[in-house]
Write a protein that binds this ligand. Structure first.
Ligand SMILES: C[S@@+](CC[C@H](N)C(=O)[O-])C[C@H]1O[C@@H](n2cnc3c(N)ncnc32)[C@H](O)[C@@H]1O
Ligand code: SF4
Length: 367
């Protein structure tokens, strides 16, 4: 049986953060949440009828939004439904995203019992001024308590989401957050540069001059500082914004970067199944990839990983040599190869740490 990752979207949050462009909203009522879970369960059943026989599910990712806002029995109901309508591997990675303000010892235990074995916590910063600047609903102390509780509840695979280049952030305050995060010892750390997303209140505030964006050179200094400190502490920097203890890479997210099949369930969730990309309302999409789409996506998703892309994998997947397909882009790539930002070996291509700073420009060559 082929392997499948299932993503389940929960579009609710305690309150909408001013910087966040994800599809989610604050203030859902109990009735709205109940109706939502019912519709999710129906969707899972329907997808199970289509794909249940063909695939074995080896990763499930309940994301959002903030899934931990739902009463914990709903998480059990959702996962029971997945197990009922699909075959789920015994060693499947089952991740769930959470927000510090929503976690209690009781619900952490309930998530474990429901089968969640990887907990991702949206910490963002361990500096209360930064949390305030972001408009987060929790403090650093809330998270510290959560982390201890999660360990006590049996979570031995925890991710911390961190952000840098927050207005007012300095490399010194970022370093303190990194030091404390590393000292806590989660298995996985994601570190994102704050993006000022169009359509968010942050974007309007920025346009009105209400805050200054952290300059690009400081943003990059913070990025490279994170990689240096995480590597020194024994984490593998395996994707542009992700580092993990060896063997603790997020298996679900790796599917996105390796173009393996995944099914997204819930509003706005996107899927990639057998070369077709589709997404649910409100961002409906249906696109059958051409050979050109497939080969381009293979490169620019693969180059997000520090290991990059391998020519043998390309040949096996597409039946053609890499440079046979992309030979006409070689000239455009030469300056990046000469500068060391793009590294070519006999086995494949990868971006160097400096290459990640201009990854969009390099990936654009393959579009
Ligand atoms: C969908 S959220 C899930 C976590 C949970 N909702 C929370 O925020 O506590 C995933 C992560 O995306 C990151 N994120 C959201 N908006 C971002 C932005 N504008 N720029 C960079 N990272 C962002 C945050 O680190 C966040 O934890
Ligand atoms: S960052 Fe997390 S909590 Fe904040 S609005 Fe986005 S999904 Fe919700």
């Amino acid at each position: 049986m082929k392997k499948l990752g299932i993503y389940i979207h929960v579009p609710f949050c305690l309150a909408k953060c001013k910087y966040c462009g994800f599809y989610s909203h604050g203030g859902a009522t109990d009735a709205e949440q109940a109706a939502y879970v019912e519709s999710l369960v129906n969707d899972i059943e329907e997808y199970g009828r289509v794909y249940g026989e063909e695939y074995i599910v080896d990763t499930v990712f309940i994301g959002g939004g903030t899934p931990s806002i739902l009463p914990s029995p709903y998480i059990g109901e959702i996962l029971d439904c997945v197990r009922y309508h699909f075959t789920v591997a015994d060693d499947a990675e089952i991740s769930m995203e959470s927000n510090p303000k929503t976690l209690t010892y009781e619900n952490l235990l309930a998530y474990r019992e429901a089968g969640v074995n990887r907990l991702s916590i949206g910490v963002q910063s361990l500096d209360d001024d930064c949390l305030k600047a972001l408009g987060r609903v929790h403090t650093a102390a809330d998270f510290r308590r959560n982390f201890i509780m999660a360990r006590e509840a049996g979570f031995d695979n925890i991710n911390m989401d961190l952000m840098f280049a927050i207005p007012g952030h300095t490399p010194e305050t970022w370093e303190k957050t990194l030091d404390e995060a590393i000292a806590l010892g989660p298995e996985h750390i994601s570190f994102y540069s704050l993006q000022i997303e169009e359509g968010t209140p942050f974007y309007d505030m920025y346009r009105r001059g209400e805050f200054d964006q952290v300059p690009d050179d400081i943003d990059r200094e913070m990025y490279h500082l994170a990689i240096k400190k995480l590597k020194e502490a024994g984490y593998d920097h395996y994707e542009i914004s992700n580092a993990a203890r060896p063997g603790r890479e997020c298996r679900h997210n790796l599917k996105y970067w390796s173009m393996e099949d995944y099914l997204g369930i819930g509003p706005s969730a996107s899927s990639y199944m057998k070369g077709i990309r589709f997404a649910e309302a409100p961002f409906m999409e249906f696109h059958e990839n051409t050979f050109e789409d497939e080969t381009s996506e293979f490169v620019f998703t693969g180059l997000r990983k520090t290991s990059g892309i391998f020519f043998d994998d390309f040949r096996e997947r597409f039946g053609r040599d890499f440079w046979d397909v992309f030979g006409d882009r070689r000239e455009e790539l030469v300056p990046y190869i000469e500068s060391g930002q793009l590294v070519e070996t006999e086995e494949g291509l990868r971006l160097s740490e400096e290459g990640f700073d201009i990854s969009n420009a390099i990936m654009a060559v393959f579009v």
